[in-house]
Design a protein around this ligand. Structure first.
Ligand code: PHE
Length: 347
């Protein structure tokens, strides 16, 4: 092997490699050519380089320089061909996936408020007319705010009214009613207070068509000078009529809650039979829709309000029950299932 022959072979190699690279289509084909021509072991160029060792020592540097030059030329061509192949592939993909500006738009699915949300909004609208403003309290309360400050001491038998879920954290519990919001509003505001407190509540209940372990309540609280039972009666009356029809009968019955005194249950004439008596109202003609009463002086005190100067009333209602009566819904579980066949009926 002499210098001229090897140099000629190297040039021939370069010409062939450049021709093949120019003709190759696709990144896989280029990868194969890379291995074939430039592969460290078994590549054509590696084979030719072995010939350098057979040359006279004074010829080797010049041929080595030719090898380097040719290698970088072929490598450069390979890199350029790869970039071009990638750009081609991208262009093909964009051609397939690209936006068709003439295609009709996809319809945007319109949601509807959940019937619970809608009912809370309607309740807030009615009481908004009397100046009630909506507040929110936390779902995790403490024994103190959920019970003690509402005049329900530890071990008081009235605790049996609320089957409680306790939280493994600083004596916390999931609020069993929205009534602790009364305390929070009294701490945050000065009378006159007219507050509405909607929110999710939790109880340790076996779930059936009329019981759930989570449900919504709306609490109402009014505190002012001279607030009386007549104010409570008048406003609940208006609420009953606004929600269930102008001709609807309403009544107060005596009730018991530790945080109100006196306490009442507020009933409306049965929405199914209009008062004549049917299975839905246990043949009484009446349906209870909320509990209420005059805020107990001790609770006002816990709220930092002077009971000698101010009086208040409070009420609390179950939102699911109101929604069920308004829309003729028979099963409480429907509110939690998120079945579109149910929800879309409230559009
Ligand atoms: N917190 C009571 C309950 O959940 C309802 C209520 C609220 C009663 C306010 C009176 C006054 O049963």
């Amino acid at each position: 092997m002499d210098r001229e022959t090897l140099t000629a072979q190297l040039r021939a190699f370069r010409d062939e490699a450049l021709r093949e690279l120019a003709a190759a289509r696709g990144e896989d084909a280029l990868e194969a050519l890379d291995v074939h021509y430039l592969g460290r072991r078994g590549g054509v160029l590696s084979g030719l380089m072995r010939g350098i060792g057979a040359l006279p020592a004074e010829d080797r540097p010049a041929v080595g320089a030719v090898v380097n030059e040719i290698r970088s030329e072929v490598e450069g061509a390979l890199a350029a061909a790869r970039a071009a192949a990638r750009a081609d592939a991208l262009a093909v993909r964009l051609d397939h996936e690209g936006e068709d500006m003439t295609a009709p738009g996809r319809p945007i699915a319109r949601g509807v408020p959940h019937p619970i949300v809608e009912t809370v909004a309607r309740i807030a609208e009615v009481f908004g007319q009397f100046g009630f403003v909506t507040y929110e309290g936390p779902e995790v309360e403490s024994d103190i705010t959920n019970f003690q400050m509402l005049n329900i001491p530890p071990d008081h038998p009235a605790r049996d009214l609320w089957d409680t879920l306790y939280v493994d954290l600083d004596g916390g519990l999931l609020r069993t009613h929205t009534s602790p919001g009364q305390i929070r509003v009294m701490h945050a505001e000065q009378p006159p207070i007219r507050a509405l407190l909607p929110g999710r509540c939790f109880r340790y209940e076996a779930v059936d068509a009329s019981h759930a372990s989570e449900f919504f309540q709306v609490e109402g609280l009014m505190v002012d000078e001279g607030t009386s039972m007549a104010d409570l009666r008048g406003q609940l009356d208006e609420f009953g009529h606004a929600m269930f029809g102008r001709g609807r009968a309403t009544r107060f019955r005596p009730g018991y809650y530790p945080f109100t005194e006196p306490s009442v249950a507020f009933d409306i004439g049965c929405v199914m039979c209009d008062g004549s008596g049917c299975p839905a109202c246990s043949r009484t003609g009446w349906m209870t829709i909320l509990g209420a009463g005059m805020v107990h002086p001790v609770v006002l005190q816990y709220g930092g309000i002077d009971p000698e100067r101010y009086q208040g009333f409070a009420f609390g209602m179950g939102v699911e029950r109101i929604a069920m009566l308004r829309h003729g819904i028979g099963d409480l579980r429907l509110f939690l299932e998120n079945d579109l066949r149910f929800l879309e009926q409230f559009r």
